[in-house]
Design a protein around this ligand. Structure first.
Ligand SMILES: [Zn+2]
Length: 308
C-alpha cells in the first residue's frame, strides 16, 4: 500500500514556535481545561489496549494539572504544539518509581515502548507520541551544560535548555541526528543485509550516521562500502523519516551499484546478499523490515517500480 508520508511523520500538530516565547499564552494554555498532556515514563508511552489490534495513546487533560500528578514531574510540561487550536504538552514522569499506579491514576493504559505499538496506532497519534518521546529523551540527557558542566534549565516551553550559570548562559537546542538509509540497486536486483540483532530471517537496507564534514551522498557511499564492500555511483533522494528512538532523522536514498562483489564487514553486518524481486515477494519470500520503517518503504517502492 502506498503511503503519502513516512510513519511518525505527518503529525497534525502545528508547532507554533512563536508561542514558546509567550509566557502569558503558555500560562493560559496550561490552565485551559481542553489542553492535553502526553505522559512519558522512562521513554515509554502510556497506551490503552496495547495488546490489541488498535492501541491508542492515553492523554491526560491538563485541567488535572493541580491535582494528583503535578508533584510527580520535576520540570514544566513541554509545548508540543496545537491541534485545532488546542495546546498539547508532554511531561516526563520518569521520577516515579511505581509506574503502574500512575497508569491506574490516569484511568487506563500500560507503559510500552512506542516501537511495539506505533504501527498499529492512528498515524497522527503515533507521530505526536514519537515527537514527545524524542524531545523528552533530549531533555533527560542535557541536564548539564556541555560548555561548563553546570545545570541547565528549561526555556521556551522546552525547546531550549540554558546554562544556569549567568557567566556562561550557553543555550542548548534539541538535536536530531541525521542518518542515511539506502537501497543499493544493481539493475533488477537490490542489496540487503542482516545485522546480528535482527529477527531471524530478516534482511534490510543498509544505514549509518552522517559524520561531521560529510555530505549525504558521501555518507551513503561510505556506509555501503564499509558495510558491504560495494562501490556506488548515482545516489538519488527518496524521502525522510523522523525516528526518535532515540534521536535519528532517517534520510532515504536509492544508490546505483558500480561494483557487485559483496564483502561484509562482519561487525555491523553478518551477511549481505543481492535479492531479485521474486526473492522478496509472495510465498516463501525473505522477511522484510518492520512495516513502519522507511527501510520497508524503500524496498516496497522499488518492488512496485516507484523508485527514484
Ligand atoms: Zn554553561
Amino acid at each position: 500500500m502506498t503511503r503519502a508520508f513516512n510513519w511518525y511523520a505527518g503529525s497534525p500538530l502545528e508547532r507554533s514556535a512563536e508561542r514558546r516565547k509567550d509566557p502569558d499564552w503558555l500560562a493560559a494554555a496550561l490552565a485551559a481545561p481542553a489542553t492535553r498532556l502526553v505522559p512519558l515514563w522512562r521513554n515509554r508511552s502510556l497506551i490503552a489496549a496495547a495488546e490489541g489490534p488498535a492501541p491508542r495513546a492515553v492523554l491526560l487533560p491538563l485541567a488535572q494539572r493541580h491535582a494528583w500528578w503535578q508533584p510527580l514531574v520535576s520540570e514544566p510540561p513541554l509545548l508540543l504544539g496545537l491541534v485545532d487550536g488546542v495546546a498539547w504538552f508532554a511531561a516526563d514522569f520518569s521520577g516515579v518509581d511505581d509506574p503502574e499506579s500512575l497508569a491506574a491514576a490516569a484511568g487506563s493504559g500500560t507503559w510500552v515502548d512506542l516501537r511495539q505499538v506505533g504501527a498499529q496506532m492512528p498515524a497522527g497519534e503515533a507521530a505526536i507520541c514519537a515527537y514527545a518521546r524524542g524531545l523528552l529523551w533530549w531533555h533527560q540527557r542535557h541536564r548539564f551544560c556541555g560548555v561548563c558542566g553546570r545545570p541547565t534549565l528549561v526555556e521556551e516551553a522546552g525547546h531550549v535548555r540554558r546554562c544556569s550559570d549567568p557567566a556562561c548562559a550557553a543555550p542548548h537546542f534539541p538535536r536530531t541526528d541525521p542518518a542515511v538509509i539506502m537501497l543499493v540497486v544493481d539493475g533488477d536486483r537490490c542489496l540487503l543485509g542482516r545485522q546480528p540483532r535482527f529477527l531471524p530471517g530478516v534482511y534490510s537496507t543498509l544505514a549509518g550516521f552522517v559524520e561531521p564534514g560529510e555530505s549525504l551522498e558521501e555518507a551513503v557511499a561510505r556506509e555501503v562500502f564499509e558495510e558491504a564492500g560495494i562501490e556506488v555511483g548515482r545516489v538519488s533522494y527518496h524521502s525522510s523519516q523522523p525516528w526518535p528512538f532515540p534521536s535519528s532523522l532517517m534520510l532515504g536514498f536509492y544508490a546505483e551499484a558500480r561494483t557487485t562483489t559483496i564483502q561484509v564487514d562482519g561487525f555491523e553486518l553478518e551477511d549481505a546478499r543481492w535479492f531479485a524481486r521474486a526473492d522478496l515477494q509472495g510465498e516463501g519470500a525473505t522477511r522484510l523490515p518492520r512495516p513502519d520503517s522507511i527501510a520497508r518503504r524503500l524496498i516496497e517502492d522499488w518492488l512496485a517500480g516507484r523508485r527514484g
